[in-house]
Design a protein around this ligand. Structure first.
Ligand SMILES: Cc1cc2nc3c(=O)[nH]c(=O)nc-3n(C[C@H](O)[C@H](O)[C@H](O)COP(=O)(O)OP(=O)(O)OC[C@H]3O[C@@H](n4cnc5c(N)ncnc54)[C@H](O)[C@@H]3O)c2cc1C
Length: 373
């Protein structure tokens, strides 16, 4: 008998959530992490738990996942800093207010609570925003967490259920139920789940591109911002596939600090912060919230999102019947990790999920290319 039912490669938030689900389902689980658990994108992300409505599939996965986070909130340790602060989508003008209405209808059709705000109500909700904005949409059940400790929670529950963490060894091959490590050692399992973020060295056929982002964190200013604030144009920025872009995106942390984002860059692989992108990102933030200019910044960092051609993650089986992937989460991997783990469990055991798993199959990229060829 093979020593493990499933070996999960990568202990970011996605791999850790997969380990959690598989261990709770009674499987014998190993998790392989060559570096630090949750030390890559999952340490760089903002931790906004948000229902995103840019496609039906994304809406279904992010809604399902946000509800899973809400169900977990009593169990999560304090260090996860879960807070249901809500998202406030900010509309700058009348055209964006029309999009607010359309967005509210899409949410309502899926049973997601949201509330339209006019200019006065927007300023009451967030007095620091500039005057003259048109209004917004409040999605009260969205929240924020601190992602590294959330990933740590999933991993520790999995370990309490017997999962083994293998750290410091780098897999160089994963196929036919066997993982081969750099040092030549091997590990066999019924299934392998590749959850290695932007690293496609084990599955080079996947179309994933790193997309750099900058974040800034301020000193402590409790109460200055109450919701996760996002400009309505955020999706335009997230969906732009060629140009560098910035969007107003500010998050209140439980510590009173503010996280300020966001930027997106393709083809930029250097970790170093780019002063020009930072300037553009902070100018955008100050344009929406002038008082931010007075606050002290304590740290700046960058991270890489794993972007796919159609903006949806790749979750499910591959041509090798022993290998699944759970990758390509772009800017939504923290939100979508619990739902992605349920989808992985669905492919392993047939457990039900409240959405169409086909929408996330890795084969769809190859299929779409064949159709367009
Ligand atoms: C600036 C920024 C802001 C973001 N904000 C948000 C947000 O507000 N909300 C949200 O939902 N998402 C957000 N994201 C996205 C989110 O951070 C990612 O989608 C998520 O962390 C991806 O998790 P992961 O487990 O797939 O990847 P990672 O966290 O990158 O983990 C992959 C792991 O695999 C390991 N690994 C690499 N190669 C191998 C190998 N050969 N074998 C085994 N293991 C390997 C790595 O060491 C790493 O630990 C943001 C991202 C960025 C960069």
């Amino acid at each position: 008998m093979k020593p493990f039912d499933v070996v999960i490669l990568g202990a970011g938030i996605v791999g850790s959530a997969c380990a959690y689900e598989c261990a709770l389902a009674g499987m014998r689980v190993a998790v392989v992490e060559p570096a630090v658990p949750a030390g890559a994108a999952s340490a760089a992300g903002m931790g906004h738990l948000v229902v995103m409505d840019d496609s039906e599939a994304q809406l279904a996965l992010s809604h399902f996942s946000r509800e899973l986070w809400r169900e977990l909130r009593e169990a999560l340790p304090q260090t996860v800093e879960y807070e249901e602060c809500g998202t406030l989508w900010v509309a700058a003008d009348a055209e964006e207010m029309e999009e607010v209405l359309a967005k509210q209808q899409r949410y309502a059709n899926s049973g997601i609570a949201s509330e339209m705000l006019d200019e006065r109500a927007l300023l009451e909700a967030e007095p620091g925003l500039r005057h003259g904005l048109a209004g917004g949409l409040r999605v009260p059940q969205d929240g924020v967490i601190y992602p590294p400790t959330a990933a740590g929670y999933f991993l520790s529950v999995a370990q309490q259920r017997g999962a083994q963490l293998i750290q410091g060894k780098r897999p160089v091959r994963a196929a036919e139920g066997e993982v081969v490590f750099e040092d030549g050692s091997r590990l066999s399992a019924g299934w392998i789940v590749i959850a290695t973020g932007t690293d496609t060295s084990l599955c080079p056929w996947l179309k994933i591109q790193p997309r750099k982002g900058h974040l800034v964190i301020t000193d402590r200013y409790p109460g200055v911002v109450r919701h996760q604030l996002v400009e309505l144009g955020y999706l335009k920025s997230a969906h732009s596939v060629s140009t560098d872009s910035v969007a107003f995106n500010v998050q209140p942390r439980k510590t009173g600090q503010l996280l300020i984002g966001s930027s997106r860059q393709y083809g930029e692989l250097k970790r170093k912060a780019d002063p020009e992108m930072l300037r553009r990102m902070l100018d955008r933030a100050v344009e929406y919230m002038p008082s931010l200019k007075q606050l002290s910044v304590v740290r700046v960092w960058t991270g890489f999102r794993a972007a796919t051609p159609d903006k949806l993650p790749l979750i499910g089986p591959t041509p090798d019947s022993t290998v699944l992937v759970a990758m390509g989460f772009e800017g939504l991997g923290i939100t979508n990790a619990p739902g992605a783990a349920k989808l992985v469990l669905h492919h392993l055991t047939g457990a039900a999920v409240p959405m169409d798993p086909m929408a996330f199959l890795p084969s769809r990229v190859a299929r779409a290319e064949a159709v367009h060829a």
